[in-house]
Design a protein around this ligand. Sequence first.
Ligand SMILES: *[C@@H]1O[C@H](CO)[C@@H](O)[C@H](O)[C@H]1NC(C)=O
Ligand SMILES: *[C@@H]1O[C@H](CO)[C@@H](O)[C@H](O)[C@H]1NC(C)=O
Ligand SMILES: *[C@@H]1O[C@H](CO)[C@@H](O)[C@H](O)[C@H]1NC(C)=O
Length: 318
Amino acid sequence: MTTTRAPMIRLLLLLLVAAACCFSSGSVVAATDSIGLGASVTGNQTLVSAGGIFELGFFSPPGGRTYLGIRYAGIADRTVVWVANRNDPLVSAPGALRLAPDGRLLILDRQNSTVWSSPAPTRRITAGAVARLGDDGNFLLSSDGSGSPQSVAWQSFDYPTDTLLPGMKLGIDFKRRLTRNLTSWNTPNDPSPGQYTFKLVPGGLPEFFLFQGPKKIYASGPFNGAGLTGVPNLRSQDFLFTVVNSPDETYYSYAITNPQLRSRFLMDGTAGVVQRYVWTNGQWSSFWYYPTDPASSGGDFGLLLFLEEEASGQNGAK
Ligand SMILES: *[C@@H]1O[C@H](CO)[C@@H](O)[C@H](O)[C@H]1NC(C)=O
Ligand SMILES: *[C@@H]1O[C@H](CO)[C@@H](O)[C@H](O)[C@H]1NC(C)=O
Ligand SMILES: *[C@@H]1O[C@H](CO)[C@@H](O)[C@H](O)[C@H]1NC(C)=O
C-alpha cells in the first residue's frame, strides 16, 4: 500500500508545482508596471499599474498617428488621461518607449528614430533606476528605483495634458520653473493642443483663467481661502481641495478620500468647459462644469466655488 501511494503523491506534488510555476510566470508577463534602464515597451505591450487601475501604452486614433498615453484599465471606458507625445506623433508604427541609459524616456518609431524625449532627469540616475506606472496614474522615474519623493527624476504629473487627476497640481512651480496647465485636445481624435487652456495666472491671490487661444474668456476670481463644499449626488467629504500659495509654488489640487472612486477633471475642447467626472454605474458622469449657464439652476456646485461666484458676477455685468 505505502509503496503504491508514494508515487501517486509525488505525481500530485509534481503537478501542483508545475501548475504553480506556469500560472505565476504567466501573470508576471501580463502585469508589469515598470521598466528599468535599457528596457522598452513596444507595439501593443502595456504597463499596468499594480492595482490594475491605469495602463500605459500606444494608441492610434483614426488618422494614422500613434501616441503614447495613460488610460484607465479596470473599467469599460478606457479614457486617455495623459499623452506623452501630443506634439510629436509617431507616423511610423509600431512605436517603442525606451528608458535610455541616461535616464531619458524615448519614443522611437519603426526605424528606431527618436520622435519624443523626456527632459534630462533632475536627479543623478543609478543602475537601479525604474520608471513605474502607479495606481494614481502617475508615470514616475525614480533615480534609484525606490520611488521615494527624493528620488523623483521625472514624472508625468509634472506635464499635464487635458486632465487633472487626484494628486496632480494645476499652477506654477516658480522654483522649478514648471507651468502646469490643462490644454484641450484639438479634436476628440487628435490629442495635439487645442484652443482651450485652463491655467493659473500668477500675481496676487491665486486666480485661474479659462483661455480660448490668447483670449481670457473666464476668470475664477481670486481665491480667498473660503471652504469649498456642497457637491450634489456625492458626499462632499469624498473630495479634499487644496490651494497653495507660497513663494515657491502656487497651485490647485484635489484628493479623493474614497479609494473606490475614479474621478477626473477635464479641459474639454469640444464644449469649451472644464468638467469634473466620476465613474458611477458603468459610465462617466459629469456632475460639475465651468463656466455654467447662468440661466440653469444646476450651477453652483462648489468644487471650485470661487469660480462659480466670479462667473455669475461677470454675467451680471454683461
Ligand atoms: C499585438 O500586435 C501584434 C502584431 O501587430 C498582433 O499580432 C497581436 O494580435 C496584437 N495583440 C493584441 C492583444 O492586440
Ligand atoms: C531597432 O533597435 C532594436 C533594439 O536595439 C533592434 O533589435 C532593431 O533591429 C532595430 N531596428 C532597426 C530598423 O534598426
Ligand atoms: C501650457 O503648458 C505647456 C507646457 O508647459 C506650454 O507649452 C503651453 O504653452 C501652455 N499653454 C498656455 C496657453 O499657457
